[in-house]
Design a protein around this ligand. Structure first.
Ligand SMILES: Cc1ncc(COP(=O)(O)O)c(C=O)c1O
Length: 418
């Protein structure tokens, strides 16, 4: 048995992982030629465990690493927290959860007030759906085709068919419609609709930025049918779009806002399902009707507070907007060079997707990007598109370096299709 500190070759780690964790996953990465095992990690960079390769993280686990890896202030917050806190008891009243709840209420739009804490985004979506059903007494949950809300129970039922199919019957009442299509949504809304559940910018679907009137139109339809609007900002939240919340771009206040990934600071899992005041009614008869042992773990609260402090700063958001403008211009130039192959940069701030002409170009680009020193992952629900999510803390010089490397990856990918 290998012990911490032993030096293992990458091949040995692949073999070990394959023996005890997931043979198919190990095989997949060997097959696609991405034999990477994360070793050192710092800021925007990941190093292979053998130190031979450095990648710039342009995936960031969908926003977990918005502030880069091991941000010194975040790591310090966790160290300090560990000197006095632990998970706490999820049944009891907690000063720390109250602090984080207050901060979220202050920073989220409109009168979003009460937070139910969780550990994963899927769990946070499950809570949102439970609350919507409990509050309205209705069943139907409408979500978008190609959307992704997690691999757990109700979240899974709201997601794409390919993730559900192998697992037998799903809970009833889930309906999917094309994203960005108000008519399609209007056609399925009725007096049994509990909620419409949407990502502000569907990420796994390839960073589809909705038309400006889509989300306001959805809000109106929800109001007309007395249904709730659940907005999933597990990826779009926390500064990624250049505003603290992506939904702010559309002047819409949801009934439930779901926050995840980046709230962890990359070091301690924390998710939040933030509710408008009337929805608390669901918990009046029994405040323990939903509990989560690790949800809102006290030790993670100072980390989440630090994330919110850093990301809500106007200077930070201005920096994100400046980076977004830089990438917009850089991609306009790349588009001219790869005309007909690089279709467009889908973009809302630094929430970006590189749309390519060939239906299978995304996976190949991911491979070429790896060769060029970038970690990029294609959009599983639309493999023409590569998700492009550099950390939000990069400087201009690194942004330029990323563009050069994207250029190399595009050249390699385009050559395979010419
Ligand atoms: C938009 C969105 N919602 C929910 C989730 C689920 O989050 P988790 O993997 O933490 O359960 C994800 C994960 O990628 C996501 O992208």
């Amino acid at each position: 048995m290998a012990m911490m500190g032993d030096t293992l070759t990458k091949e040995a780690i692949f073999e070990w992982f394959s023996r005890y964790v997931s043979p198919p996953k190990a095989r997949f990465f060997q097959h696609v030629g991405i034999d990477f095992v994360i070793g050192r990690r710092e800021g925007p960079f990941l190093w292979d465990v053998d130190g031979q390769r450095r990648l710039i993280d342009c995936h960031c686990n969908g926003g977990v690493f918005n502030l880069g890896h091991r941000h010194p202030e975040i790591v310090q917050a966790l160290r300090d927290s560990l000197s006095m806190l632990d998970i706490g008891n999820h049944h009891l009243v907690s000063e720390w959860r109250a602090r984080l709840g207050e901060r979220l209420a202050a920073l989220t739009p409109g009168d979003l007030t009460y937070t139910v804490f969780g550990v994963s985004g899927g769990e946070a979506i499950d809570v949102a759906i439970k609350v919507a059903r409990g509050y309205t007494g209705r069943t139907k949950i409408i979500s978008a085709k190609g959307g992704y809300h997690g691999h757990t129970g109700l979240a899974l039922a709201a997601g794409d068919e390919k993730y559900r199919k192998p697992f037998g019957p799903m809970p009833p009442g889930f309906v999917q419609v094309p994203f960005n299509d108000l008519e399609a949504l209007a056609a399925v809304m009725d007096e049994d609709t509990a909620a419409v559940l949407l990502e502000t910018v569907p990420a796994t679907y390839g960073m589809v930025v909705p038309d400006p009137d889509y989300l306001p139109g959805v809000r109106e339809l929800c109001d007309r049918h007395a249904a709730l609007l659940i907005i999933d900002e597990v990826q779009a939240g926390l500064g990624r779009t250049g505003r603290l919340w992506g939904i702010e771009h559309f002047n819409v206040v949801p009934d439930i806002l779901v926050i995840g990934k980046g709230l962890s600071g990359g070091v301690y899992p924390m998710t939040a399902t933030v509710l408008r005041p009337p929805l608390m009614r669901v918990f009046e008869p029994d405040p323990f009707i939903h509990v989560s042992t690790f949800g809102g773990a006290e030790v993670g609260v100072p980390v989440a507070l630090k994330v919110l402090d850093l990301t809500a700063q106007p200077d930070f958001l201005a920096h994100v907007q400046a980076l977004a403008a830089f990438f917009r211009e850089a991609f306009t130039r790349l588009q001219a060079r790869y005309a007909g192959f690089l279709i467009r940069l889908r973009q809302l701030g630094m929430m970006m997707g590189i749309e390519l002409a060939h239906p299978q170009a995304g996976p190949l680009f991911s491979r070429m990007a790896y060769e060029a020193g970038l970690l990029c992952v294609y959009a599983y629900n639309d493999p023409r598109v590569v998700q492009f999510l550099p950390p939000l803390i990069i400087d201009r010089a690194l942004a330029e370096e990323i563009v050069e490397r994207v250029d190399q990856a595009l050249a390699g990918t385009a050559a395979m299709f010419s």
